[in-house]
Write a protein that binds this ligand. Structure first.
Ligand SMILES: Nc1ncnc2c1ncn2[C@@H]1O[C@H](COP(=O)(O)OP(=O)(O)OP(=O)(O)O)[C@@H](O)[C@H]1O
Ligand SMILES: [Mg+2]
Length: 613
């Protein structure tokens, strides 16, 4: 920085309007997509039912937004273009905002950074046009026009070359423009949108969204399907929850429909697209239990409330909001989504079936395979479990009831019929010591028994913890585990919490600990392997996450230790009991890592594979 000589007093000047506007405009218009956002929002505020967006060269040379909204009178055009002039609020109540716009900044900002031309006509009046170039405004002139408004912005940032330099490729800017239009369109299903690339005289339609009809949820569903694909709506749950006047609606993807990055999370507050950290965090928390950390949920969620309960005036692009009661908003998202996920029960994503069909290439000998453990791993697992397999160790179900006994107690014990009408059907066979093949009324399912059982154990552990704590069983021979001193203290620090989960660990001199009791539900297990696994989990989590999240993660690790490993042969009654438990257990459609626990193949699909259809 070039600092002035401290003995010379610098002169304070009033910047001219053009310079002041250009500085202010920088906050509002960052790139073509932000200009598009302002213009489409204005069209929506004007009550448009049809909005057409066109752009050239990624929006750098031209952006044009046409709407059929209320329009403006010719005399009003100069006012619309001056700073802090708005028809949307009177300034007396900044907390009660019902429109996208309220600052009266967007049009003057666009006029300061590009060549702007507006043609508008309102009902019962003649059309008029006005132009602004680099902040200099012309006079409004009559012009023939249809009802509504057309705003054209050419040569964005021609007056501010510094900004121009930061512009990305046409492709990247076009992508950002499309994302902006899609986001706005998601919340406005009754408005039709088109997006057209008109670079170099050509016309390429990028997006066409017809106005949806019918009830709001159906309209949203159609719109979201048009933007995100039918896949999304078919693999999403409807959310509709309310808490103290805050309403949460929309769609949340099944955990098995998750993504590798947080790229498909769309949140809206009173129709306004937001990228609010608090809300995104709440969404993450809602899925914490059903997704591993490297998977990200897909969701389109709409929060509506009295505008007074949320401040939208906290961010220049209005993309963050501040709830008056952030805890309430967060709680609503977490509980609303969790509730829906629990209600989804064993439902897994339909796209797995698609993947399965894709993998079954007639004539190529490549059967559909999920990540099956290696032969060696299966052999070890088998050894670890024998002779105390699931049925014998029993822990998982009520003490003393073996799987077999449970299955026999079922109402319809006919050997070839149990579960035929049940969603997951009747077990027919087990293949490769891990996959259960069951026949359903409409086709068949293949269950990954290890993944399914792990999930069932986890859900059961959670239920027990929520009730009276997880019952433990004392080890006949307490097991001493040697650890590093930091590991030992990390473990002992959470010992009281582990005790509530049925794992009793005490210090044993130096850096050793002694495991005295383990969760009864897990049956006989390798206590030192469990302890080391828990330490790995704690290390993975880091100190940053809160205790509750860490304990949840520990619980999930525990579940792995109690599950039927692949590699154990199961009797038909045991398999059927597993299927019935999956049906009765929430979240059983995916394992603790978000992978599906079963895939479904309908008879129609099977017939397709054999060319019968
Ligand atoms: N497409 C349009 N149809 C009808 N009137 C419009 C349209 N665009 C803008 N206006 C009028 O021009 C005014 C100024 O628009 P501008 O976008 O600059 O400010 P705003 O929308 O009120 O607030 P913000 O700066 O927060 O967007 C609006 O208040 C509105 O009255
Ligand atoms: Mg505006």
């Amino acid at each position: 920085m070039n600092r002035p000589d401290r003995n010379i007093r610098p002169e304070i000047r009033q910047l001219d309007a053009a310079a002041a506007n250009r500085i202010a405009a920088g906050e509002v218009v960052e790139r073509p997509a932000s200009a598009v956002k302002e213009l489409v929002e204005n069209a929506l505020d004007a009550g448009a039912t049809r909005i057409e967006v066109a752009y050239a060269e990624g929006g750098k040379t031209l952006i044009r937004v046409r709407d059929d909204g209320c329009g403006m009178a010719g005399d009003d055009l100069p006012l619309a273009l001056s700073r802090h002039a708005t028809s949307k609020i009177d300034g007396s109540d900044l907390l009660n905002i019902h429109s996208f716009g309220f600052r009266g900044e967007a049009l003057p900002s666009l006029g300061a950074v590009g060549r702007l031309r507006i043609v508008s006509r309102m009902a019962g009046a003649e059309g008029a046009a006005i132009t602004v170039d680099g902040g200099r405004m012309g006079a409004p002139r009559p012009e023939a026009a249809q009802y509504g408004t057309v705003v054209e912005l050419r040569d964005l940032f021609h007056a501010t070359p510094a900004r121009l330099k930061f512009m990305r490729s046409d492709r990247a800017e076009s992508q950002a423009v499309a994302d902006t239009v899609k986001r706005l369109a998601m919340a406005e299903p009754y408005v039709s949108f088109t997006l057209t690339d008109i670079s170099q005289g050509a016309q390429r339609e990028i997006l066409r969204l017809d106005a949806a009809q019918g009830a709001l949820f159906d309209a949203w569903e159609d719109r979201l399907a048009a933007i995100l694909g039918r896949d999304f709506t078919e693999n999403a749950l409807r959310i509709d929850a309310e808490r103290e006047g805050l309403r949460l609606s929309g769609f949340a993807g099944l955990p098995t429909y998750s993504r590798g990055a947080a790229v498909a999370q769309f949140l809206f507050v009173n129709g306004r697209p937001v990228r609010d950290k608090m809300l995104l965090g709440a969404l993450r928390a809602a899925y914490m239990d059903v997704l591993s950390r490297d998977r990200h949920p897909v969701a389109a969620l709409f929060i509506t409330c009295d505008p007074e309960r949320v401040d939208v005036n906290v961010h220049p692009a209005k993309s963050e909001v501040r709830f008056r009661d952030p805890g309430l908003a967060r709680g609503l998202v977490v509980s609303g989504v969790r509730h829906a996920l629990a209600g989804a029960g064993h439902r897994a994503t339909s796209t797995n079936t698609g993947a399965m069909l894709g993998a079954f290439q007639p004539g190529t000998a490549r059967p559909y395979q999920m990540d099956r453990p290696s032969g060696a791993a299966r052999a070890t697992a088998y050894k670890l479990q024998a002779p105390q397999g699931m049925a014998e160790s029993a822990g998982f179900w009520e003490a003393g009831t073996t799987l077999a006994a449970r299955a026999e107690a079922a109402e319809d014990p006919a050997p070839d019929a149990p579960g035929n009408d049940a969603p997951l059907g009747a077990a027919r066979a087990q293949v490769h010591e891990n996959y259960i093949i069951a026949q359903t009324a409409q086709g068949m399912v293949i269950v990954d028994q290890h993944a399914a059982h792990e999930r069932l154990v986890y859900e059961k552990l959670k239920r027990l913890r929520a009730e009276n704590g997880v019952p433990s069983q004392a080890l006949l021979l307490p097991e001493i585990v040697e650890l590093s001193s930091s590991d030992a203290s990390a473990l002992l620090e959470i010992a009281p919490h582990l005790a509530a989960l049925g794992l009793v660990v005490d210090p044993f001199g130096g850096s050793a600990v002694v495991v005295r009791e383990t969760p009864a539900i897990l049956g006989t297990l390798n206590a030192s392997a469990l302890v080391r696994d828990i330490l790995d989990e704690l290390a993975d989590q880091g100190a940053s996450t809160n205790l509750e999240a860490r304990i949840d993660a520990v619980l999930s690790r525990m579940a792995c230790h109690g599950s039927v490993r692949s590699g154990r042969q199961m009797r038909p009654d045991e398999m059927n009991a597993l299927l019935r438990d999956m049906e009765a257990t929430p979240h059983s459609g995916q394992c603790n890592h978000g992978r599906p626990t079963y895939v479904e193949l309908s008879l129609a699909d099977i017939e397709k594979l054999f060319g019968r259809r």
